[in-house]
Design a binder for this molecule. Structure first.
Ligand code: ZN
Length: 282
């Protein structure tokens, strides 16, 4: 896989970028929610400019990676239609470790009623836009906030079939315990495969560090040091790719609810998460 990417990079630099999309190991033509993350320099022009004799210098603002050479699957927790489709989302599906769990859940909300599914969808779209601008190919597990599901096992399958370099699920918590606040990042533990080991813990720590350096406090009511090893989260259990689940904060905490309810606040979460994913991808 690395060899393929290196070759794709060489081809792109020599002006044959058209080939890079086809060389992706993703095989995701039928996967839901595939976005065109990187603008294709050839698709938008009827007369493509001639290939430069030498690669252009990279400026500090330009993406340094070959567009599409990294794939990130973004999984916005829950969905807007779940609440009105109880039978569908309560259907049991494989959850890993021999367990079964409901297909999906409705999620939580702020005390004022701003729902988690709306928050996660908006933040995920913002994260995806930031990554796409850096040349990352972004695949979403859902592309609107009105549907039902998809089930947790299908969400995991999207990451696996996309051969994602990173899979990041985005949620917000709903702890009613007094004073609960802060984010935490969950990962599968004990790991069920190699990708759930070092790569997933490193992805989780990178997300933790990114949220912290953006000023978000780590949770004071769950996990330790902003991290929560979990054996009960289906999406993480079923992942064969580096995967982490970010609980951005506690929607029942007034301060965090105010931040999550504002577009500026959601952008800050998204900026921190996108920068951390970028840092993880290297
Ligand atoms: Zn959630």
């Amino acid at each position: 896989m690395v060899a393929v990417r290196v070759r794709a990079g060489f081809l792109a630099i020599t002006g044959l970028l058209l080939l890079t999309g086809c060389e992706s190991p993703v095989g995701d033509a039928a996967a839901p929610g595939v976005s065109t993350s990187a603008p294709s320099p050839v698709a938008s022009s009827s007369s493509p400019p001639p290939a430069p004799a030498t690669p252009p210098p990279t400026s500090s603002s330009a993406p340094v990676r070959v567009p599409g050479s990294k794939v990130v699957v973004l999984d916005a927790g829950h969905n807007g239609g779940n609440g009105s489709h109880a039978a569908e989302i309560n259907k049991l599906v494989p959850a890993g470790r021999g367990e079964m769990k409901p297909c999906n859940t409705t999620g939580t909300s702020t005390n004022a009623g701003y729902p988690e599914h709306a928050f996660t969808f908006d933040v995920t779209q913002r994260v995806g836009a930031a990554l796409a601008a850096k040349g990352v190919k972004v695949v979403y597990t859902r592309t609107d906030d009105k549907g039902v599901g998809p089930c947790v096992d299908k969400r995991a399958a999207t990451g696996n079939s996309a051969n994602a370099d990173a899979v990041v699920s985005i949620h917000a918590d709903g702890s009613t315990a007094s004073g609960s606040r802060g984010f935490h990042v969950a990962y599968s533990s004990p790991p069920l495969n190699a990708q759930q080991g070092e790569p997933s813990t490193r992805l989780s720590k990178t997300l933790r560090d990114g949220l912290r350096s953006a000023g978000f406090p780590s949770a004071n009511y769950i996990g330790k040091d902003g991290l929560a090893p979990r054996a009960d989260l289906a999406g993480l259990n079923l992942s064969t790719r580096p995967a982490a689940l970010v609980e951005c904060g506690n929607m029942r905490n007034a301060t965090e609810a105010a931040s999550m309810t504002s577009a500026d606040g959601r952008q800050k979460y998204a900026d921190a998460i996108a920068a951390a994913i970028e840092a993880y991808l290297g």
